[in-house]
Design a protein around this ligand. Structure first.
Ligand code: DGL
Length: 259
């Protein structure tokens, strides 16, 4: 291997929305991508099972990639397991949590939406973020798990279903005055163009991608230089459309990761 990469982890392909920002912020740096697509979606699974799974997948991915930094490009994993990951992996770890603070700062109406997985919308971590940074706002929490699969379909080369997206977003659009939405799942920025088109009025769609890239640039130690294609790993590497989606972000076809 050319030198230690930064490993980007998600349940599926949502972490690629973060990769886009990392590629822009660290254009010379080698990345590696790891997805636990055999267990996708995470957002509807039990917390206890998820913690154990996330720690073992990330440990295996760090070992296989020889990374020197881990970016957990998944809100569902970060709001649950960052502490356990930090206790068991001795590398700088950058997590992804819903961008409540910038959304509260950006909203004029003080009515904001949190669009995330079922797991993320109900987490104590999320409650604490809202209490701390959006105390003066009304926050509408919307669980939108079907959007995870629509984003996966899009990246795998199929057209997403506009009706499914519209139904998931309807509670936001039906809330009078709501002017800002936190995309609290890394899959959702991949559907930003659909969200903007379907919105009945201008809405600010805010995600954490740029902030994660800035933070990663601060904490990642020097490491490998990017080659033509970076390595990737998956728990279900043969999944249809996966290699093609990863190739669009300059990753080689995924190698299997065994737990
Ligand atoms: N991309 C993930 C997130 O940011 C979750 C998708 C899933 O439910 O697996 O929350």
């Amino acid at each position: 291997m050319a030198g230690a990469p930064i490993l980007v982890f998600d349940s599926g392909l949502g972490g690629l929305s973060v990769v886009a920002h990392l590629r822009a912020a660290l254009p010379e740096r080698a990345l590696a991508y790891l997805c636990d697509n055999a267990a996708l979606p995470y957002g509807t699974k039990a917390d206890e099972w998820l913690v154990e799974r996330i720690v073992s997948v990330c440990r295996a991915g760090v070992a296989a990639s020889e990374a020197n930094t881990l970016v957990v490009a998944c809100n569902t994993a970060s709001t649950l397991a960052l502490e356990q990951l930090r206790a068991s992996i001795a590398l700088p770890i950058v997590g992804t949590v819903p961008a409540i603070k910038p959304a509260a700062e950006a909203s004029r109406s003080r009515v904001i939406g949190l669009l995330a997985t079922s797991a993320t919308v109900r987490r104590p971590y999320t409650d604490a973020l809202i209490e701390r940074f959006a105390g003066s706002c009304r926050v509408i929490r919307v669980a939108a798990d079907p959007l995870v699969l629509e984003a996966e379909r899009l990246l795998a080369g199929a057209a997403p279903d506009a009706e499914v997206i519209a139904a998931a977003l309807a509670p936001l659009f039906d809330t009078p005055g709501l002017d800002t939405v936190v995309m609290g799942c890394t899959h959702f920025p991949l559907l930003r163009a659909w969200c903007e088109t379907l919105a009945p009025r201008p809405i600010q769609w805010i995600d954490s991608g740029a902030a994660i890239a800035r933070r990663t640039a601060q904490v990642a130690p020097p490491g490998g230089r990017r080659g033509d294609l970076d390595v990737s790993f998956a728990t279900a590497p043969e999944h249809a459309g996966l290699a093609r989606a990863l190739a669009r972000f300059d990753f080689a076809a995924p190698s299997p990761i065994t737990l």
